[in-house]
Design a protein around this ligand. Structure first.
Ligand SMILES: Cc1ncc(C[n+]2csc(CCOP(=O)(O)OP(=O)(O)O)c2C)c(N)n1
Ligand SMILES: [Mg+2]
Length: 551
C-alpha cells in the first residue's frame, strides 16, 4: 500500500462516496487509488465548481463533501469555494497535490504555498509530510470540518508521499458528533426571559438550517406558539404550514417584516450567524435578544445579545419548550400583524407584464415546485425577491448564499442537490451574469445524467449593481453586456432550451422542462423596474426613511 491508497482508504472510512475535481499529474497516484476504490471520481470543468459542489454536499448532509485538485493553479481555483464554505459554515475537505518535498527535480515550477494561502480561508490547512500520519490526519480533517461551527479543511498531499510505501496501519473509526446540551441554570434564565416578554418573536438564522435540526426546531415552534421569521439562510428550517411564519428579513430594516421586529420586546434568535447581512439592526433601544446557538454569539456593532443559551440547539430547545409550553399567554401577541405583512409582500405576484416582474417569477416558480422541490439561487438582484417572497415548507428547499454571496455557485449547488435527491424537482435560478460564471458545468451535469432545470433571468446586465448604482444617484454606466443565444447554447450541450415569450409562458415552460426529465435550460426576460419601485420608493414611503439597500 502507498500513501495515496492509504489516503483513499481513510476517505472510505469516513463514508465518502464521491470526490469532485480536476486532477493534475501530481495526483496520479491518488487517481489510481480511486480507480481501485469504492469512491467515484466526478470530473468538473472548473475547480471552483468542484468546491461549490463539495460544500453543498456538506451543507445538505452534514457530512463533509470532498474535492480534489492539482497544485498551484488548480488549488488556487479552490479559494472562492473555500471562502464559500468558510463563511457559509459548510463542511468540506479539499485535497490538493504538490510536487515532491523530498527532492526538487523541477525546481520551483508551479510551486505556490497553497497551505499558507488556505490558512485564512479554512478551519485547518495542513501538508501531509509522511504516510504514517495519514489515518489520524484524515480523521482530524473530517472531525474539524464537521463539528460546529462547520467549514472547510485543506490537506495537501505531495506526490512523493503519495507514492511512498505506507506502513500497515489501522484507520481511526469516526465518532458520531455529540454536543453538550445547555445547562439547567441557563435554561431557567432563558425561560424566565421568554415568560416575561410581552411581544416575543422567534428568529431563525443560518445555523437553524443544519440538516439534523429540522424536526426539533419545528417541534419547538409548534409547542411554544411564538410567531417566527427567518434570516435569508434560515429560510425553510421549520417544516409545515405552522400559521406562525411572519416573513423573511431580506433587508436590514424598513421592510414589512420589520414592523413586527420593531414592535417585539424579545427576539429569540436561534442559530443566527453574523456572516449574514443583518436581518435587523440592534441598537440601544430595540428588543432584547436571546441568542440560542451551538456556540456563543459573535458580538458586532449590530448584534450584541442580552442573554445566551449555548449548546446542542435541538435538545436545548426541547428542554426550553418543556419549561414554556402552555405558560405563554402572550406568545401570539404579534400574530395580529401577520396577515398584513404577508399580503403586502405578495403584492403584484400575478401581474401580467412582459418582461416578467420578479414577484411574478417567484410566484410562478412556487407554482411548479412541489413542497419538497429544491430551488438553488446564484447571486443577483432576484435573491432578495426570492428570499422575501418564496414560501418554503420543507427544510433546505431554498438554497441561497447570503454569506460570501458569490456569483457562480447557483448551478453547481443545484447539481449537487440533484445528485443527492434524484427523485425531487431541482431548479437552479441564475442571473445572466452569474450563470456565465459556471455555464461550462452544463457538460458535467449532462455527463452525470442529472435531472435539473436551469432558469436564467435575463436583463443583459449586472442588474443588482446597476440598481445600487441608481439608488446611490450615479449615472447608468458600465453594467450592461450582451448574451449568447441561450437556447442555442443549450442545444450545443445537447440539452433542450426554451425562451419564455409571454407573461403566462413561464409556468408551462417550467412544467414541460420538468416533465421531460434530464437537463433543461429556460430563459426568461425580467423587468427590474420593480426594484426601485418596491424596494426603495414604496418602503421608503412606508418607513418615512430610506430603506437599507443590500450590496
Ligand atoms: C464572484 C462575484 N463577483 C462580483 C460580485 C458582485 N455582484 C453581486 S450581484 C452582481 C450582479 C449579478 O448579475 P446577474 O447574475 O446578471 O444577476 P442580476 O442582478 O442581473 O439579476 C455582481 C456583479 C459577486 N457577488 N460575486
Ligand atoms: Mg443580470
Amino acid at each position: 500500500m502507498n500513501g495515496a491508497q492509504l489516503l483513499v482508504a481513510a476517505l472510505e472510512n469516513e463514508g465518502v462516496k464521491r470526490i469532485f475535481g480536476v486532477p493534475g499529474e501530481e495526483n496520479l497516484d491518488v487517481v489510481e487509488a480511486l480507480r481501485r476504490s469504492s469512491v467515484e471520481l466526478v470530473l468538473t470543468r472548473h475547480e471552483q465548481a468542484a468546491a461549490f459542489m463539495a460544500a453543498t454536499h456538506g451543507r445538505l448532509t452534514g457530512q463533509a463533501g470532498v474535492c480534489l485538485t492539482t497544485l498551484g493553479p488548480g488549488a488556487l481555483n479552490l479559494t472562492t469555494g473555500a471562502a464559500y464554505a468558510q463563511l457559509g459554515a459548510m463542511p468540506m475537505v479539499m485535497l490538493t497535490g504538490q510536487k515532491g518535498i523530498l527532492s526538487r527535480k523541477q525546481a520551483r515550477f508551479q510551486i505556490v504555498d497553497i497551505v499558507s494561502t488556505m490558512v485564512p480561508l479554512t478551519k485547518m490547512a495542513q501538508r501531509i509530510v509522511g504516510t504514517a500520519t495519514i489515518p489520524s490526519t484524515v480523521r482530524e480533517a473530517f472531525r474539524v470540518a464537521q463539528q460546529e461551527r462547520p467549514g472547510p479543511v485543506h490537506l495537501e498531499l505531495p506526490e512523493d508521499i503519495a507514492a511512498e510505501a505506507a506502513p500497515d496501519m489501522s484507520l481511526v473509526p469516526p465518532l458520531p458528533m455529540a454536543l453538550p446540551v445547555a445547562p439547567p441554570a441557563s435554561l431557567d434564565r432563558a425561560a424566565e426571559l421568554v415568560r416575561a416578554a410581552e411581544r416575543p418573536l422567534v428568529m431563525l438564522g443560518a445555523a437553524a438550517s443544519r440538516p439534523r435540526l429540522a424536526d426539533a426546531l419545528s417541534a419547538f415552534v409548534r409547542r411554544v406558539q411564538i410567531p417566527f421569521f427567518n434570516t435569508q439562510m434560515g429560510k425553510g428550517s421549520v417544516a409545515g404550514g405552522s400559521g406562525l411564519y411572519m416573513g423573511t428579513a431580506a433587508l436590514s430594516e424598513r421592510d414589512h417584516i420589520h414592523r413586527a421586529i420593531d414592535r417585539a420586546d424579545l427576539i429569540i434568535s436561534i442559530g443566527h450567524d453574523t456572516v449574514e447581512k443583518p436581518p435587523f439592526l440592534m441598537g440601544p433601544k430595540g428588543p432584547k435578544v436571546l441568542h440560542v446557538g451551538y456556540l456563543p454569539a459573535t458580538v458586532e456593532e449590530v448584534y450584541f445579545p442580552h442573554a445566551e443559551l449555548i449548546g446542542d440547539i435541538g435538545p436545548s430547545l426541547t428542554l426550553l419548550a418543556d419549561r414554556l409550553e402552555g405558560k405563554l399567554p402572550r406568545a401570539g401577541a404579534l400574530l395580529a400583524l401577520r396577515q398584513e405583512i404577508l399580503v403586502r409582500v405578495a403584492e403584484r405576484a400575478r401581474e401580467s407584464r412582459y418582461p416578467l416582474t420578479p414577484q411574478r417569477i417567484v410566484h410562478d416558480v412556487r407554482q411548479v415546485m412541489p413542497e419538497d422541490g429544491i430551488v438553488c439561487l446564484d447571486n443577483g438582484m432576484y435573491k432578495i425577491w426570492f428570499a422575501r417572497n418564496y414560501r418554503t415548507r420543507v427544510a433546505n428547499t431554498l438554497l441561497l448564499d447570503n454569506a460570501l454571496a458569490t456569483m457562480g455557485a447557483g448551478l453547481p449547488s443545484a447539481m449537487m442537490a440533484a445528485m443527492l435527491h434524484p427523485q425531487r424537482r431541482v431548479l437552479a435560478v441564475c442571473g445572466d451574469g452569474g450563470f456565465m460564471m459556471s455555464s461550462q458545468e452544463l457538460e458535467t451535469a449532462v455527463r452525470l445524467g442529472l435531472n435539473l432545470v436551469v432558469l436564467i433571468l435575463q436583463d443583459d446586465a449586472y442588474g443588482m449593481i446597476r440598481w445600487k448604482q441608481a439608488v446611490d444617484g450615479f449615472a447608468d454606466f458600465g453594467m450592461s453586456f450582451g448574451n449568447p443565444d441561450f437556447v442555442a447554447l443549450a442545444q450545443a450541450y445537447g440539452i433542450r432550451g426554451t425562451r419564455v415569450e409571454s407573461a403566462d409562458g413561464l409556468v408551462p415552460a417550467l412544467e414541460a422542462a420538468f416533465a421531460g426529465g434530464g437537463m433543461h435550460l429556460v430563459t426568461v426576460p425580467i423587468d427590474y423596474s420593480e426594484n426601485m419601485r418596491v424596494l426603495v420608493e414604496e418602503l421608503r414611503g412606508a418607513g418615512q426613511r430610506e430603506a437599507t439597500v443590500p450590496r
